[in-house]
Design a protein around this ligand. Structure first.
Ligand SMILES: *Cc1c(COP(=O)(O)O)cnc(C)c1O
Length: 236
């Protein structure tokens, strides 16, 4: 494929997704609400990322710290970087200060490390709590019934700021199951909001990927993470 061909298709894909987002908002009576589109760029090279940026993308998502560092050095602050993958405690130091939002806070040791390093660097690090709603063995994240206790445990960490919740739904065509997962997380978000914890914000509900973002939006998502529907199938 020529460069021009790729460019047109990335651009077209983004436009299609934006239209679908609007449709899902209208369908669920949320017309006019904002949904942040995060282009998931894992394995995608900088040239194609730049094409997505030219087509209006302002946020990109990566799941590995080394890819964040590499791409941050090449692309810089033309876009916001979102860490969406499992974050090892010993790798926090590499990405600290480079991310707009870390979607994958899922354990106390990581909260401690993020808080400590953020304090040392005199910054506040914005995070989402990752929730494994469907309790899949293969996935990271807190269980729904652990989240409130976890919040109580991290209230003392003043250099991390919780901005909301994130989940990765099961990979399935079962729409009812997906809807259920997303609805459960939305309910939890509303519950937490109602408790008015000091320093805990519920601005973002990061849910929805290529396979399921329309259902996620219908169930209250305002941040979707989309890779293959923009860039095509990934080559690992
Ligand atoms: C890869 C990935 C995505 C994007 O998945 P697609 O199915 O390609 O849209 C979203 N969220 C996370 C956490 C991912 O790892």
């Amino acid at each position: 494929m020529t460069t021009e061909g790729i460019k047109i298709s990335i651009e077209t894909n983004i436009l299609t997704i934006k239209k679908n987002i609007e449709k899902a908002l209208i369908k669920s009576g949320r017309e006019g609400d904002e949904v942040q589109l995060i282009a998931v760029t894992k394995t995608v090279d900088v040239q194609r990322i730049n094409e997505a940026i030219d087509a209006g993308i302002t946020s990109i998502g990566e799941n590995r710290t080394n890819e964040i560092v590499e791409k941050y050095n090449l692309i810089g602050n033309k876009v916001d970087f979102h860490m969406i993958g499992h974050l090892q405690t010993n790798k926090v130091k590499y990405i600290l200060g480079k991310t707009k939002l870390i979607h994958s806070l899922d354990r106390l040791s990581l909260a401690k490390e993020l808080d400590k390093r953020s304090k040392n660097n005199d910054i506040i690090t914005d995070v989402l709590l990752q929730v494994n709603v469907a309790e899949e063995e293969s996935k990271f994240g807190l269980r729904l019934d652990e989240v409130l206790y976890f919040i109580e445990d991290i209230l003392e960490f003043t250099n991390i700021r919780v901005r909301g919740l994130m989940t990765i739904a099961p990979y399935t065509e079962d729409k009812a199951l997906l809807r259920n997962v997303f609805r459960s997380l939305y309910k939890l978000k509303e519950d937490i909001k109602g408790r008015k914890y000091e320093g805990i914000y519920m601005d973002y509900l990061s849910m929805g990927m290529s396979n399921d973002y329309e259902i996620a939006i219908e169930e209250g998502s305002n941040m979707v993470r989309i890779g293959s529907s923009i860039f095509g199938k990934r080559n690992y």
